[in-house]
Design a protein around this ligand. Structure first.
Ligand SMILES: [Zn+2]
Length: 142
């Protein structure tokens, strides 16, 4: 059982600015529960953030490229996720095969606020977006 099964009125943790996707059941839950595949790298990234929030390691591992994925994911019970802001998407659209998403995730550990800024790289394999890694990406060199 995951935390997501608790409340159908839950607001989606990914903080989508799209009002039609305010509820978890209308947003990332569809991807996390494999009802639909994310069409863009951004949606995969958002659903992975939400999976961290609800501590669904199966989804995180399944959406992680096998070359770079860990054997398992452990969640730190002290980490409380506060919100996600997507800053920039490069490619990663429906018809692309790769994409980059820059984002800031905020969280608290023991009451102290932290900020994680990451530039993540995704590829699409057999119609499915996969997370590869976070890396430094020089926008000018592409
Ligand atoms: Zn969402």
């Amino acid at each position: 059982m995951h935390k997501s099964e608790a409340n159908p009125e839950m607001i989606c943790p990914c903080c989508s600015s799209d009002k039609t996707k305010r509820l978890f059941s209308k947003c990332c839950q569809n991807y996390i529960e494999r009802i639909a595949l994310p069409e863009t790298a951004e949606m995969l990234m958002r659903s992975r953030y939400s999976a961290y929030v609800i501590e669904n390691s199966e989804y995180l591992l399944d959406s992680w490229h096998p070359d770079t994925s860990p054997d398992n994911i452990e969640f730190d019970p002290k980490t409380k996720w506060l919100g996600l802001k997507v800053i920039l998407c490069t490619k990663g659209k429906k018809h692309d095969d790769e994409g980059w998403v820059k984002f800031v995730a905020r969280y608290k550990v023991d009451g102290k606020a932290h900020r994680l800024e990451e530039h993540s790289y995704f590829t699409k394999s057999k119609g499915q977006w996969l997370y590869i890694s976070a890396k430094d990406f020089d926008m000018t060199s592409k």
